[in-house]
Write a protein that binds this ligand. Structure first.
Ligand code: FES
Length: 108
């Protein structure tokens, strides 16, 4: 399936993922600046992404823990999610996601 990723610098790429892939891992594999410091433990919010409003309802609702963590994410909006909590499946083909400005990647 294809996921459309846009970085804080405006770079846009249609990347191919597989069912079961975490969005965080996929975005990192294509060099988008998502730090993901806690490795998916919902303890950092450095994997904050903004889902296109048209696609947001296609995702399962966030857990309470995810919502709590998003409260700490800089620039969070109504369609913000944690990329470590988004697991791809066929129903998400064509998903459009943006890495917000201010994202940084300490892996570099
Ligand atoms: Fe830390 Fe997603 S990687 S909350």
């Amino acid at each position: 399936m294809i996921v459309h990723l846009t970085g804080p610098d405006g770079r846009s790429e249609a990347v191919r993922g597989a069912a079961g892939d975490r969005l965080l891992d996929l975005a990192q594999a294509y060099d988008f600046p998502l730090e993901g410091t806690c490795g998916g433990q919902m303890a950092c919010s450095t994997c904050h992404v903004i889902v296109d409003p048209a696609d947001h309802a296609r995702l399962p609702a966030p857990s309470e823990e995810e919502e709590d963590m998003l409260d700490f994410a800089a620039g969070a909006v109504a369609t913000s999610r944690l990329a470590c909590q988004i697991v791809l499946d066929e129903s998400l083909d064509g998903l459009r996601v943006r890495v917000p400005a201010g994202a940084r990647d300490a892996r570099r």
